[in-house]
Design a protein around this ligand. Sequence first.
Ligand code: PBG
Length: 325
Amino acid sequence: MQFHRHRRLRRNQAIRSMLKENHVHVEDFIYPIFVVEGENKKEEIASMPGVYHFSLDRLNEEVDELVSLGIVSIMIFGVPHDKDECGSSADDAHGIVQKAISQVKENFPSLYVMADTCLCQYTSHGHCGVVEDGEIINDASLERLAATAVSQAKAGADMIAPSNMMDGFVAAIRKGLDEAGFEDVPILSYAVKYASGFYGPFRDAVHSTPQFGDRRTYQMDPANAREALREAASDIAEGADLLMVKPGLAYLDIIHRVYQEFNLPVVAYNVSGEYAMVKAAAINGWIDEKKVVLETLTSFKRAGAELILTYHAKDFAKWLKEGSI
Ligand code: PBG
């Protein structure tokens, strides 16, 4: 009988390692960090075991540990005290994110710091744009977003990552950055962001659940794939430098299509709900956490992601360092 013996190439560890097609490196990670106002705070986020809120005076100890683990990049999310209708604290030069960025860049100059650019943490209604008469107003939001991006670049952000899904946000932010002299600051566009149930723990963490309605007039319908390509194409035309697909796991097909269709680097966002599910199962002893995390992160690489924004980054970097994975 004629058949192919695929198992020849799986006989021992040496040949399996030699033929491994995709690897996860610590340089692939962007690690999200949540900063809050106040003092002496390191508080675990209930639905995200192992992830904390840090006040600025406790931030350096965490970043120090990340750097010693070899993590090269972080994304800073701010949880401000003050919220209002138009999210005025988002572009405050002394806002929580701006202060966190400059503190980290001052103390860890070679760490690559990205800023999430959105309004939802800063608006009283929790939407990612400006609201008038119960509607999210696209063009009025663009000015606020551009101002926020510029304030983050002024604070020292190495990269701007807008996650708001308004139309024209990349063009508006690019123009704002260029006019302020930040033509060398790249934009990582959350080009393809779905209206997803997987953001639940994040919204608890930053108190950004919409107070009315939902995000389906700006975030995408999970049923759509071709629309993702239109979103990505328009962001490229507007000047995006990298493209994010979010969430990651339920959208590996989208990561792959964006990777195949365009030649910009693709970033996968392994979101809070994906992290929470793995952690909950691991804590209960239902899965082998290391195996599942390695498999998950590898799947993003296999799909075509260059970088992975993931809450698992710190654990994974530790496991790599101690050689336990
Ligand atoms: C804000 C934003 C969200 C996330 C990142 N930036 C939430 C949302 O759109 O409601 C989710 C991240 C995660 O779940 O880990 N626009």
